[in-house]
Design a protein around this ligand. Sequence first.
Ligand SMILES: Cc1cc2nc3c(=O)[nH]c(=O)nc-3n(C[C@H](O)[C@H](O)[C@H](O)COP(=O)(O)OP(=O)(O)OC[C@H]3O[C@@H](n4cnc5c(N)ncnc54)[C@H](O)[C@@H]3O)c2cc1C
Length: 460
Amino acid sequence: MDAAVRRALALAAGPENFHTGFDQRLIFASDATGKQFPPEAVVRAVDTAQISRVLATCSAHGVPVVPRGAGSGLTGGALAVTGGIVLDMAGLNRIIEIDPADQVAVVQPGVVTGDLQAAAEKLGLFYPPDPASTGFSSLGGNVAENAGGLRAVKYGVTRDYVMGLTAVLMDGRVFHTGSRTIKSVVGYDLTRLLVGSEGTLAVIVEIILRLKPLPEAKTTISAVFARLDDAARGVGDLLASGIVPTAIEFMDDDTIRIVENYAHIGLPVGAAAMLLVDVDGPPEVVQRQGRDVAALLRQAGGDPVRLARDKAEAEELWRARRAAGPATYQMGPYKINEDIVVPLGKLPEMVRRLKEIAKQRQVTVVAFGHAGDGNIHVNIMCDQSDPDQLDKAIQARSDVFAHTLALGGSLSGEHGIGISKMGFVTSETDPVALELMRGLKKTFDPKNLLNPGKMWPPAG
Ligand SMILES: Cc1cc2nc3c(=O)[nH]c(=O)nc-3n(C[C@H](O)[C@H](O)[C@H](O)COP(=O)(O)OP(=O)(O)OC[C@H]3O[C@@H](n4cnc5c(N)ncnc54)[C@H](O)[C@@H]3O)c2cc1C
C-alpha cells in the first residue's frame, strides 16, 4: 500500500481510526485458527458513513477489505490472506433497541452474542442462537457465519432469527434487506443470501433480530455411557420420541477426560461417552419431559443418568461443555478442527467411522458436539512441527470428509468454509450451483476486493 493510498484511507477513516503500526497489524493478524496473516493496515469502524467512505476508497485503489468481528472464527474468515485492510467492527457494539411488542432487537454487528441474550432476558425475551463462543463472538460474525450452537435442535440457527440487515457494498453503497415483520415475500431473499456469506458480499452494519418469549423453566439431564454405540442410540431414541429437547450435546471419552482436567467438576473419566440434554418450556412440561428423557437414556444404556439438582449444577455442566474446544489442546499443540454434519439417522455410523479413521491413520481424534443436529466437532490433534504426524492428520481429515459425504452429510454445519475447507468445496457443491455463487459474488463485488481468497478455490 503506497503512501498516497494510506493518506486517502486515513482521510476516509479518520486518522485516529487508521492504524499501520506493527502492533496493531499483529493483533489483527490471527483468529481462532491460530494462523497469521498481518494486514497492511487496520481500520476501526465507527459508523455506516465512515465504512461507506472506507470501502469506496479501497475500491478505487484496489485494496482488499476483510471485515472482522471478534476474531473467534474457526476457519480463517477474518484473516487478511491477500493483504489489504482489516475492518474492525468490534467497536460498533450498541444494542439499538429491544422492542417487546414487536419481539425484535435491532443491534450493531459488534454486539457480543451473550450481551444480547442477557439484555433480552431482562425483558422476559429470548435470543435462542447459542454458539459455545457466546461469551465473546459478535452478532455480525454470527450472521456472517450463520452460527449454530447448543440450542439449534429446538430453535434453529442464526439464519432463523435474522429478519433484516443494513449492509455496505464494496463500492460504498448502503442498502437494506428484509423488515421487522414476521412475514415478507417482496423480491429475492437477500437477507438469507447475506447470512452465511462470510463477509464476501457486503459489510453488515445493522441487524434486525427476532426474539422469542423466554421459556419459563428448563432442566438439564446428563447421561454417562460405557459404550459409544449406546450413546448414539440414545440420541436416536430421543429424537424419535416426540420430545423436542433444546439441546443434545455429545462428548466422547477423550473429551470427557480433557474437560475434567480443565474444569474439575467430577465428570466420569473413563466413560466412553456422555450426553447432556436440556428441555425447556412450562414447568410442568419440563418436569415430565425431564423424567421421560432420563428414563429413555437409561433404557439406551446410560448409567448413571441424572437430572441436575439446580440451576447452578446445570450451568456448571454447560460451562464444562463450552470448555471442550479450548481443552482439546491438552491432546496436542495443533488441531485440524472440522465441524461435519450428517443426516440424523447416520450419526451412530459416523461416530463409529471416526473411531476407525483414528485407528487406521494412527491419529488422536477428539469428537464432541451438537448430536441433536448431527453436527460433530472433529478435532484431529497433532504436532504440526512433525511432518509425519501432520501428514497423517491431513489424510485423516480427507477420510473424515469422504465418509461424511458418502453418508449424505455436509462439510460444515456452522463454522463455514473460510480458507480451511476451501479445497474441499467442489467435492460437495454442485458445479452449476458453484457457477451461480461465483456470479453472485461478481454482482456484489465485481473487483473481488471484499474478503477475497475465501469460500471456494479460484475458478479453474
Ligand atoms: C471456543 C469456541 C467455540 C465455538 N463454538 C461455536 C459454536 O458452538 N457454534 C458456532 O457456530 N460457532 C462456534 N465457534 C466459531 C465462532 O465463534 C463463530 O463462527 C462466530 O460466529 C464468529 O464470530 P466473530 O465475531 O468472532 O467473527 P470473526 O471470526 O471476526 O469473523 C468471522 C467471519 O465473519 C465475517 N464478518 C465478521 N463481522 C462481519 C460483518 N459485520 N459484516 C460482514 N462480515 C463479517 C468475517 O469476515 C469472517 O469471514 C466457536 C469458536 C470458538 C473459539
